[in-house]
Ligand binder design. Sequence first.
Ligand code: ASP
Length: 349
Amino acid sequence: MRNPLTTLIARAAEVTTTVPPRPAFLRHCVLALVAAVAAAGSFSAHAQAFPTKPVTLVIPFAAGGPTDLLGRALAQSMGASLGQAVIVENRVGAGGTVASAYVARATKDGYTLLLHHIGMSTAPSLYRKLSFDPLKDFEYLGQVADVPMTVIGRPNLPANTPQELIAYLQREGKAVNLSHAGLGAASQLCGMLLQQAVGAESTTVPFQGTAPALTALIGGQVDLMCDQSMQTVQHIKAGKVKLYGVTTRERLKPLPDAPTLREAGLKDFEVVVWHGLYAPKATPAPVLAALNTALKAALKDPALIKRLDDVGVQVVKEGLQTPEALHAQLSAEVNRWGALIRQAGTYAD
Ligand code: ASP
């Protein structure tokens, strides 16, 4: 069967019989079409061979923080499955939207991916001038993992139990510095819900990720933070910060003595940070299939599972490791947060 582009070349050649001869121009046209056919051919061969060079995984927050730690663990396991290195690149700023905008505009060849969390779903409501659309500008590779959060304080914060913390927040109000990783980051959303639940307003202090925010907390420059267990468990165990509670329904395996915030009296309080893996829209289907296979293989890797389990993190069930499941989750969350954010009237711009 004739390839459509070959047909087009033949037609271009036929033109020589009907149009006054302009040989140089026609030769140029034919050469351009031959080049296009060659490029298309090499692209499909390229797609079959994917990947032939390292893949970049863009992380929207600072190196050393929870998204970065999850991303690096995932990159290592996916790289082993793909037979190519997966290199982590941190592109920080504006609650993760700088990285999302970058990947939305990246070359659609599967070599630039984005790991992002719940913040992908809050961005279209929080940022009214967003340069990308989370529901239109990406391919969805699958959900990745659900990460619990912990509420932690500087080592010398004068509150030792969750009840003392609640009283402290209510008493001190704006004098309390609550740090987070930018508007739309999980730490900011959790902090916002905590203030609502406690009925007190603190002063919020944004950082470009919770890695620098944690350094400030340990150093006593800020008072309090919600942060993902991916980063905090080791610092809690080392006694570098005070732990007040976990944001899940159940206690966490690595921190069995820490109460849930529900147990501590904050009724219905629950924050779990879901994560998804994205590629730019219109990445070729065979490349997406290869990436999804690598994602699924990574989420079965015993080394990855153990590394996450040690910090209370579960990889998602196999049925959620799919493009459809990630898209469904994102759509539902965009609607849920849209309503909450409009109600709260809080915008980033
Ligand atoms: N994921 C964190 C957050 O949303 C930020 C980070 O990874 O640094 O708060």
